[in-house]
Design a protein around this ligand. Structure first.
Ligand code: AMP
Ligand code: ZN
Length: 470
């Protein structure tokens, strides 16, 4: 298997630290809002990477954090006048719902930054002891120049960074950080400001910087050196560069062997981000499509290619997905009972074998899901031609099994959703309206989710609730 490694800028053969095992850490979302479809891309992509490793027989330890202390969460808590822990709790729960809708499997561990503060204080202490960090009046900074390989991931030269620090993109000297020895130094611990959550530490009552969180959570759950560290490409610099500096300065060991980064999802050709405000949430999409369609759409491009979100592409993903699911349904319902001479089916089997190899070769080539999906479409076509009621049951089963296992790798659920009758839907919608009136929002949400799990999409309009089948 080959993986493109941002560190070396090459596709490299994957060699695990421990045979048959993979340890991977994927930077998760900051939970101050519903997740947007850009956030969904790394979730879907790296969940698929995990599934493919498992398909190949690896045992995968998959860790993905929730950043639950951060400026944006604090801002939200002030706006909503609720504690920041409550903001985080609420949006973690919403994120988990969206992940379920996209069939993103739960991580082996989903650590939360606020529960790991002790580990962060430990690591910062080690960095200070080793001369890699220093305290100025309660703020602790990482001494960037003390880590010689700084810049190795983002391929930036430290002197260029220094001279470019006036450049807006790489603004490193920020008001309030005047005590820094060097503009390149970054914060490991910052003292509390009025109204902010804080934890006691040897330096000040305060909170950790963002980068130290991931270094600590990765070390705690996966060890000092891991196989794969991943996230969106915007994280390469400074987040991942800083994680490397902290972790490697503290342990003296290589932090991660392979660094994987997904390209961005744009919307109608424009960069999408929470800060630009032009984002669509996964929840918005769930009102128009089954979230499986979103998943399938994301996988229709290679993860390192930018992807543009548009209604046309989503509709074409929906049609493609239906083609696959219909073919699987047809195979499942075929009644193949005849005795067939195996010699008559040699070609059909050979074709399946070749296409299965194409699926694997595509995935082995840096998880090229776009080509893997085209192999699945070719299998669908071959199945529609080669497998009929006049085929042997074993041929039917071979085609069916191949399609099922490839869908499992892609995270596509092939079981038909249980049919729900129009009357039942109407009754549930009525119950949901009553629950909302009674301010029982938990029950109202539960009903929406129940309907969604059966492929029923609800839309609240001025004329009342409208529903449709996904
Ligand atoms: P954040 O909550 O901003 O820290 O982002 C969580 C994850 O989503 C990170 O891995 C980001 O790199 C990724 N991400 C954010 N926006 C996009 C986007 N438009 N396209 C792809 N990935 C994104
Ligand atoms: Zn991270």
């Amino acid at each position: 298997m080959k993986i493109y490694n941002t560190l070396t800028r090459k596709k490299e053969e994957f060699v695990p630290i421990e045979e048959g095992k993979v340890s991977m850490y994927v930077c998760g979302p900051t939970v101050y809002n519903l997740i947007h479809i850009g956030n969904a891309r790394p979730m879907i992509v790296f969940d698929t990477v995990r599934r493919y490793f498992e398909y190949k027989g690896y045992k995968v330890k998959y860790v993905s954090n929730f950043t639950d202390v951060d400026d944006k969460i604090i801002k939200r808590s002030i706006e909503e006048n609720i504690p920041s822990a409550e903001v985080a709790e609420k949006y973690i729960a919403e994120c988990v719902k969206d992940m379920q809708g996209m069939n993103v499997r739960e991580a082996t561990v989903h650590p939360r930054a606020t529960r790991e503060i002790g580990g962060m204080i430990d690591m910062i202490g080690i960095l200070i002891d080793k001369g890699h960090a220093y305290n100025v009046g309660g703020t602790v900074y990482f001494r960037t120049r003390s880590f010689r390989p700084y810049g190795k991931l983002s391929h930036k030269n430290i002197d260029d960074l220094e001279s470019g620090h006036r450049d807006e993109d790489h603004q490193v000297k920020v008001t309030g950080e005047e005590g820094k020895e060097d503009p390149l130094d970054f914060v490991l611990w910052k003292p509390r400001k009025e109204g902010e959550p804080a934890w006691d530490s040897p330096w000040s009552a305060g909170r950790p910087g963002w980068h130290i969180e991931c270094s600590v959570m990765s070390r705690k759950y996966l060890g000092e050196t891991i196989d794969i560290h991943a996230g969106g490409e915007d994280l390469i610099f400074p987040h991942h560069e800083n994680e490397i500096a902290q972790s490697e300065a503290a342990s003296g060991k290589e932090f991660a062997h392979y660094w994987m980064h997904n390209a961005f999802l744009n919307i109608d050709g424009v960069k999408m981000s929470k800060s630009l405000g032009n984002f669509k949430t996964v929840r918005d999409i769930s009102e128009m499509y089954d979230l499986q369609v979103l998943r399938f759409f994301m996988l229709s491009a290679h993860y390192r290619s930018p992807l543009n979100f548009s209604k046309e592409l989503m509709d074409s993903a929906k049609a493609g997905l239906e083609r696959i699911l219909t073919a699987i349904d047809r195979l499942r319902s075929l009644n193949c009972w005849k005795d067939i001479d195996p010699a008559d089916e040699v070609y059909a089997r050979e074709q399946l074998l070749q296409l299965s190899q194409k699926f694997e070769a595509s995935m082995d080539d840096d998880f090229n899901t776009a080509d893997a999906i085209s192999a699945v479409f070719e299998i669908v076509k071959a199945a529609n031609i080669n497998v009929t009621e006049d085929s042997s049951a074993s041929l039917r089963n071979e085609y069916l099994t191949a399609m099922e296992k490839f869908c499992e790798v892609l995270g596509i659920v092939t079981e038909k959703k249980e049919e729900i009758l129009d009357d039942e839907i109407a009754a549930l919608i009525e119950e949901r309206q009553a629950a909302r009136k009674a301010k029982d929002f938990a029950r109202a949400d539960e009903i929406r989710n129940l309907l969604q799990s059966k492929g029923i999409l609800l839309k609240d309009t001025r004329e009342g609730v409208k529903w449709s089948r996904a």
